[in-house]
Design a protein around this ligand. Sequence first.
Ligand code: CMP
Length: 143
Amino acid sequence: MEKTLSIIKPDAVKKNVVGKILSRFEDAGLRIAGTKMLSLSAEQAGEFYAIHKERPFFKDLVAFMTSGPVVVSVLEGNDAVALNRKLMGATNPKEAAPGTIRADFAESIDANAVHGSDSAENAAIEIKFFFPELSKCGCSCSH
Ligand code: CMP
């Protein structure tokens, strides 16, 4: 069993496709272990995406992620990190495989509908960021 973090971004929330996206996770065998809708402050978005701080798109990314509510979820299942990334499709929706979430619901590399952890290690960090109550221990393991 593995856990990963999903964010349904402001563009997808505005499009009213939260339920459709969550159903894709469930239909693929992932369990929603926690979920909530919230609005990120610029400080929170900047901290969450700190790894991209030096990238030219960082400012736009923070502005976009604070432009409306998001839905953050913990997804649980076999190979959850890789399975979620397969369901999402490529970061740029123009390159996303047909039938993936980004191919079906995203408009651009900025407004790309969803975020998903890229490794089990980062999943543990990202889950703790949004769901400290679900972290069984204080370390950054994948509990
Ligand atoms: P996400 O998986 O949330 O991680 C960082 C986000 O930055 C990414 O999805 C994109 O929405 C956004 N982004 C914008 N431009 C780029 C880029 N050139 N490369 C990667 N991510 C980008």
